[in-house]
Design a protein around this ligand. Structure first.
Ligand code: IDC
Length: 445
């Protein structure tokens, strides 16, 4: 071939297409959508009943539609169980995996974004009241020696539970099995664009290792392995990383900064007294707000977004309305996403009573307006009686509008240095040319 012909041929080849922008990424403290808007996730955990066989709950398409249209939520933290996925070593239950994929699709078809949580409490199914890790992952003698305490989380300190975690953190082989299970699931979820990320392990327990040491070393390297394994299937899947459960006790995290990017710091927010069944003392409101402010600082220090992967309380306990209102305020001040624990039917935390009707006291606190997509830098938001307020600094390079999500109801909106239009279950906000800061007020009629 002559050199001239070769030159001609080469110059005819079109330049390679730039890769598409990731659907979601993390920048300047927030998840960002493709248009560059900050995305705030508000939703619920689906559900606590996924912990036990058959590892699924009652949810059907209309439940997800209700979350989106009646409650104004935009997301789900979907619980999966490693014990359900790999009941026998190296053997996946693909009937279960396929059903997870189908249900995640029901949620995303309803307009919700989903991240999947590999849940565990008290190590695994070998312990009465435990869930998550398959039975085969720990020595049977530990299960046989277990004597449970009625306050479930105190059982973390029991010797057999600690022994199983110690063995897990020592074994690269076992950790590799969890990584492989994640890869197996991610491969199946990857075709669904509404599946946005993964929470590698719920409230990891530190066993005999100091929590910050575990976080800085073994937990961080497990997270890195899971991030790499999942992103083979979906390069822009967001990693919702949890500190150890010691964060719930007020211990600062030792998690490092992850160079991989796309990191959402996803700790939980609970009041310690309320979790012990003592109800919520409204005098502890500021304490809760301050705690969540610390979580925001930890996220910022690591270049991560912030989503509270769990918050919630028992509807029948004293102060529940004040407690959930404090959680809303805390998330608003920290500009954090927040996922209610949980969307199930029961007499405890569930958003629904056993007969399937929503619990009014929980709904009143959970189904509220919030800024869902922000064309600029979100400021704080708050709810005072029927009035929601939100301020942001507009970024005029972002062309898509700011959206405030609304639950069902009648709302009016006003805006300073912007226009606000209530339509289709949301408020669309457009900043006036040259505005430095926009303040939106939305009132429930
Ligand atoms: C709780 C359930 C409760 C169950 C217990 C143990 O509400 O019915 O007995 O788990 O399986 C968490 C955990 C989450 C807890 C939740 C509420 O991640 O699994 O659910 N919580 O206690 N951490 C702090 C609180």
């Amino acid at each position: 071939m002559s050199r001239l012909l070769l030159l001609l041929l080469v110059s005819c080849v079109p330049p390679p297409e730039p890769p598409p922008a990731p659907a979601f990424s993390v920048a300047r403290g927030f998840i960002r959508d493709r248009e560059g808007r900050a995305l705030i996730l508000r939703g619920a955990n689906v559900s606590g009943h996924h912990k036990q066989p058959p590892y699924l709950d009652f949810h059907a398409a209309d439940d997800f539609a209700r979350m989106r249209t009646e409650w104004g939520m935009n997301s789900v933290r979907f619980l999966v169980s490693w014990a359900g996925l790999e009941p026998v070593r190296d053997t996946y239950d693909d009937v279960y995996a396929d059903e997870v994929v189908r249900r995640v699709k029901l949620a995303t078809d309803a307009g919700l974004l989903v991240f999947v949580d590999m849940h565990q409490d008290l190590y695994g199914v070998g312990f009465a009241g435990g869930n998550g890790m398959p039975r085969w992952t720990c020595d049977e003698a530990n299960y046989a020696n277990y004597r449970p305490n009625p306050l479930w989380f105190l059982n973390y300190t029991s010797a057999p539970v600690t022994a199983c975690f110690d063995a897990f953190w020592k074994s690269r082989d076992l950790q590799g099995k969890l990584v492989a299970a994640w890869s197996h699931l991610a491969e199946r979820l990857a075709g669904n664009p509404g599946w946005i990320g993964f929470d590698p392990l719920n409230e990891p327990y530190w066993g005999s290792i100091p929590p910050d040491v575990l976080e800085a070393n073994r937990l961080a390297s497990l997270y890195r392995d899971i991030i790499a394994a999942v992103r083979v299937h979906r390069a822009d899947a967001l990693a919702f990383l949890e500190p150890t459960g010691s964060r719930n006790l007020g211990v600062p995290t030792g998690l490092p900064t992850f160079a991989e990017g796309g990191i959402v710091y996803a700790p939980h927010s609970y009041d310690g007294d309320a979790e012990q069944g003592l109800g919520f003392d409204p005098a502890r409101r500021q304490l809760l707000i301050d705690e969540v402010a610390e979580l925001r600082a930890e996220a910022d220090a690591r270049g991560a977004a912030l989503v509270l992967g769990e918050y919630g309380g028992m509807a029948a306990n004293p102060g529940i309305g004040e407690y959930m209102d404090a959680e809303y305020a805390a998330a608003g001040q920290a500009r954090a996403g927040a996922m209610y624990w949980d969307y199930s039917k029961n007499d405890g935390y569930g958003l629904l009573a056993a007969d399937g009707s929503p619990k009014p006291v929980l709904l009143a606190a959970v189904a509220r307006p919030y800024p869902e997509r922000i064309a600029g830098e979100p400021g704080a938001w708050s709810m005072d009686g029927a009035t929601f307020r939100f301020t942001f600094t507009p970024d005029f390079t972002v062309k898509a509008p700011t959206l405030i999500a609304l639950p069902a109801g009648t709302f009016t909106a006003t805006c300073e240095t912007c226009t606000a239009t209530v339509q289709g279950g949301q408020v669309e906000v457009v900043a006036a040319a040259g505005a430095q800061s926009c303040s939106v007020t939305v009132t429930r009629e």
